[in-house]
Design a binder for this molecule. Structure first.
Ligand code: SF4
Length: 349
């Protein structure tokens, strides 16, 4: 059976990506035209095969939007790359809280938080109470909670000398697909040794457990934890949600069962098959019921009925290089079949 060492950096050869379907060695040799040179594609565009929690949500919301978004994504990223106050707010809160968990100095925590705010310092969303200063308030509140004993029974897990925060992982799936994600933090109960995946969220509305209870995102994380801690049979997920308008933290905990994880693996494959089917039939369904969401119309409204070729950006050498560079972020690379095998073995125990 594979061990975690098999999945960690160092030995990974990033020169060719089966998951991307593009040989970057060949690309370098033939590339004399710079980043804007087009890359010939045979079969499915590799950008369509990069799955993540957020891109799967998009696929379920509207397959057409998934297609247009993926083929227009400048960095070919796996997460929503739309910048703005909401994105910066969520990122900066996450970074600030992780720094607190790492027990960094207050100055370093604030500096990390500041550096994570990647829009104008004065940008704000007053309705949702999201601004850099609100982030700082949130981080200071968490510092005070920790000082008053919050999570005092838990310690941050260290793996190979590094804190288990922002653990980027990639699941290599059949037929060139891959699933990518990041675990915010892994904690261990000081007495029982129980492992908890901490997921930091921000929300402008008061959270409801129904929003998170059956979310596949945390299930993906726990599947990867099977490999990090092969001796453990159960984990729980702790959602720490900061309600921006109420300026308060909410905590939701869920245990994840073997059955739930097995179903998540099955659904992951089903989504890749769906994309394959849409490609084969050259038809990405339009879910008209999703054209108006969160009080605003879809950015492709009025456009998505036009010819797709006119709406998408062709794959360029620069895109492939950007994808190439991002590969280095993934410390944990896990084969889908190994995950299934591990699931079956745990089920037999
Ligand atoms: S406008 Fe509606 S149908 Fe078109 S891509 Fe957006 S959600 Fe899909």
């Amino acid at each position: 059976m594979s061990t975690i060492d098999d999945f960690l950096g160092g030995s990974l050869d990033n020169s060719s990506y089966p998951a991307l379907g593009v040989d970057t060695n060949e690309l370098s040799a033939s590339d004399s035209g710079g980043d804007s040179e087009l890359v010939p594609i045979t079969g499915i565009d590799p950008r369509m095969q990069l799955l993540s929690h957020s891109s799967r949500l998009l696929l379920h919301t509207c397959p057409k939007k998934y297609q247009l978004y993926k083929l227009n994504s400048l960095d070919s990223g796996e997460e929503d790359s739309s910048r703005g106050v909401t994105f910066a707010y969520g990122t900066a809160v996450g970074v600030g809280l992780q720094s607190v968990l790492e027990e960094k100095s207050t100055n370093q925590i604030f500096l990390d938080t500041f550096l994570a705010w990647d829009v104008d310092l004065l940008d704000r969303n007053d309705r949702q109470k999201k601004s850099f200063w609100e982030v700082m308030f949130c981080v200071q509140k968490f510092i005070h909670m920790k000082e008053r004993g919050y999570l005092e029974d838990y310690e941050l897990v260290y793996y190979q000398g590094a804190p288990a925060v922002e653990l980027a992982f990639k699941v290599l799936m059949p037929d060139g697909f891959s699933y990518r994600g990041k675990v915010d933090a892994v904690l261990r109960h000081k007495t029982t040794g129980a492992i908890v995946v901490l997921e930091v969220k921000t929300s402008s509305n008061a959270p409801n457990s129904a929003q998170y209870k059956n979310s596949g995102q945390a299930l993906g994380y726990s599947v990867v934890l099977d490999f990090i801690f092969p001796e453990l049979s159960s984990y729980s997920v702790l959602y720490l949600i900061y309600h921006s308008r109420g300026r308060e933290f909410h905590e939701l905990r869920f245990d994840k069962s073997l059955l739930q994880r097995a179903l998540w693996l099955q659904e992951l494959i089903l989504d890749s098959k769906l994309v394959d089917l849409y490609e084969e039939t050259e038809a990405y369904p339009m879910h008209g019921e999703s054209c108006y969401n969160f009080f605003s119309p879809c950015e492709y409204l009025g456009l998505c009925t036009l010819s797709t070729e006119n709406l998408v950006k062709p794959l360029t050498v620069g895109d492939v290089r950007a994808m190439d560079k991002r590969e280095e972020e993934y410390k944990f690379v896990v084969d889908f079949n190994d995950l299934v095998e591990a699931q079956i073995k745990k089920g037999e125990m």
